[in-house]
Ligand binder design. Structure first.
Ligand code: PLP
Length: 381
């Protein structure tokens, strides 16, 4: 598409083709092939955890993980208002209710100071959703979870390789996805490690892993096939997907280094444009800048939609921010969200969008994007 700058392009020029050929040559194309186990082991090891439970996408990973953590009808799950609907669906499908918390306007991650007042006798899990590459402040979340005996599910779809400095866990840097009782990853095509579509549940708790593995595979009993004592799903990942995933994972350090380098460059260039807010790395965070996102200051009197259209005219692809879960018509109709205000989420949804962010981006393309962005808002000051 000529000089069009896409929001994302995966880098698939490592061992992906070779491993895929191995699957095809050997005939192992279902979830029974050897790459599935290899990918699960390698991804778990990357996080310092036992092998994960691979699934068919990140949405399935969230539901499988919540199920494995014991969420049942009538339970409540604390979820940030600013996230993808997958987080709410995972709870709803298990008959649980989502209780929303607004975001910290600086990081767009859940406001950890808003969690405690939302806890009731029904609360079971806090879902900590790391946003656009930047971690949630996890120590306070862990403290609240301990105080009220709650479980933590990290949604780590957007933070492959990001780290959090945990004072609570021995004052050291730990990878996002290894901090809670379980974590859900997505390997959708725009994620840092991709399998096209795919996901994984991680945990250090063997019971959670065993349950997740069973739910993902229709709750077949290993010792008595076609005999079922529980309701499961077919959420299996194929050997073909895992082959791509393993090849991608071999390069994760390189990918994270690219994302951080480009992220830092973007930050320098974006800070030259007045009236823009973007995620600044907190001292306790190592962001992977999964998406280079900006929020326009309302004083510009320009919405994200208007600026995105201006950028599209200049062949620059962008994506809007999430609409808050509290504003989703389907969740409101179902009575699944309560009538509270989430002003920071609303502002982010109205004024936020993300810029080209793929691994194939270059500094000169970032210059073009930032110049176009500056031109698109300059009539306002
Ligand atoms: C924070 C978050 N959670 C969950 C998901 C769902 O993942 P998937 O698209 O693989 O179902 C996404 C998807 O992009 C996401 O950004």
């Amino acid at each position: 598409m000529g000089d069009f700058i896409p929001v994302n392009e995966p880098l698939l020029d490592g061992n992906e083709k070779r491993y895929l050929s191995e699957c095809i040559d050997s005939g192992w194309v279902s979830s029974d092939g050897p790459f599935v186990k290899k990918f699960e082991k390698a991804f778990g090891a990357y996080l310092g955890l036992p092998p994960g439970v691979s699934v068919c996408n990140g949405t399935a990973a969230l539901e499988t993980a919540l199920h494995a953590l014991g969420v049942q009808p009538g339970d409540e799950v604390i979820v940030p208002s600013f996230t993808i609907i997958s987080c709410a669906l995972a709870a709803i499908r298990l008959g649980a209710r989502c209780v929303l918390v607004d975001i910290d306007p600086e990081t767009w991650c859940m406001n950890v100071n808003d969690i405690e007042r939302k806890i009731t006798s029904h609360t079971k899990v806090i879902m900590a959703v790391h946003i656009y590459g930047h971690p949630v402040e996890m120590d306070p979340v862990m403290e609240i979870a301990e105080k009220y005996s709650l479980k933590i599910l990290e949604d780590a779809a957007e933070v492959h390789g990001a780290e959090y400095f945990s004072r609570k866990r021995g004052s050291r840097w730990l990878r996002c996805g290894s901090l809670g009782d379980a974590a859900a990853f997505s390997f959708y095509a725009n994620k840092i490690v991709t399998t096209g579509e795919g996901g994984m549940v991680l945990s250090r708790d063997p019971d959670v892993l065993e349950k997740a593995a069973s739910y993902r595979n229709l709750c077949f009993k290993p010792e008595k096939r076609f005999y079922h004592e529980e309701i499961g799903y077919n959420f299996r990942m194929t050997n073909l997907q895992a082959a791509v995933g393993l090849a991608q994972l071999e390069r994760i350090n390189e990918f994270v280094a690219i994302k951080r380098r480009l992220g830092e460059y973007y930050q320098r260039r974006l800070s030259e444009i007045p009236c823009l807010h973007f995620q600044k790395e907190k001292p306790w965070a190592k962001s992977v800048y999964w998406m280079y996102a900006v929020e326009l200051n309302p004083t510009l009197e320009l919405t994200a939609e208007v600026v995105m259209a201006r950028l599209r005219e200049r062949k620059i692809d962008t994506r809007p921010f999430f609409l808050g879960l509290h504003a989703q018509p389907v969740l409101r109709e179902l009575g699944m969200v309560h009538a509270e205000n989430f002003p920071h989420t609303d502002a982010a949804s109205r004024y936020g969008f993300y810029l080209p962010s793929g691994l194939t981006l270059t500094e000169s393309k970032i210059d073009l994007v930032c110049k176009a962005l500056a031109d698109s808002v300059k009539d306002r000051f």
